[in-house]
Design a protein around this ligand. Structure first.
Ligand SMILES: N[C@@H](CCC(=O)N[C@@H](CS)C(=O)NCC(=O)O)C(=O)O
Length: 211
């Protein structure tokens, strides 16, 4: 069985699914959708219940909504906490990461100008960095287990998407730094980042569609 992961040619909301499959050893292939083609012919097709992507597919099995995709894959890849309370805590943090991502995309994809971007960089991001620094300090891994889970990968993803190491890295977040480095050093993550399965960044995607 090989999943097909359909999304635009960028990490975005599909990236957590990719990371889980890479770390968990689940076979998949990317189907990169061209934005123009999406708008003109693909958006309306019935196979996507919400008319949006990412979508994960294996034959008749079609799953949309990035959180549902992440949880399904995490369970399959043994990256989902077994203990019900640890699972609930992991979901709490996952929802927080999604909330952060929604705020980011509302600024990056529909820029309301410099003020919105400044507010995002100086207030929104530090707000979430403080929360996750505290969480990791208190409980180690975000899944509240002794091994890396899907939500730790989701945290790494949102940090790298926000260019954490170049813009925000500072002594204020030692636990986050250690967590980020630990995930970056996982061999399957390194292999993935060096492979052609890793799509171009959101910046490159935005540059390309504005041409
Ligand atoms: N809640 C959904 C949001 C999906 C979403 O916003 N997808 C965007 C790309 S990031 C999309 O399909 N945009 C094109 C469109 O809405 O036509 C999820 O998490 O998967």
């Amino acid at each position: 069985m090989v999943y097909t992961l359909t999304y635009f040619g960028m990490p975005g909301r599909a990236e957590i699914g990719r990371l889980i499959m890479e770390v968990g050893g689940v076979s998949y292939k990317n189907e990169f959708v061209v934005f123009k083609e999406w708008l003109t012919s693909l958006k309306g097709v019935k196979r996507y219940p919400f008319g949006q992507i990412p979508a994960l597919q294996d034959g008749d099995f079609i799953l949309c909504q990035s959180g549902a995709i992440a949880r399904h894959l995490a369970k399959e890849a043994n990256l989902y906490p077994e203990n019900p309370r640890a699972a609930a805590i992991s979901e709490m943090f996952f929802e927080g990461i999604t909330e952060w991502r929604n705020k980011a995309y509302s600024v990056w994809f529909s820029p309301d100008g410099k003020d919105a971007m400044d507010n995002y960089v100086t207030k929104t991001v530090p707000f979430y960095l403080d929360i996750f620094e505290k969480a990791i300090n208190e409980q180690g891994l975000l899944g509240n287990t002794d091994k890396v889970s899907y939500v730790d990968l989701a945290l790494w993803d949102i940090l790298q998407e926000n260019k954490y190491t170049t813009i925000y890295k500072c002594d204020k977040y030692p636990k986050l730094d250690a967590h980020y480095s630990m995930i970056s050093s996982i061999k399957s993550i390194q292999d993935y980042l060096n492979s052609n399965r890793r799509p171009p960044s959101i910046d490159e995607f935005l540059d390309a569609i504005s041409l």
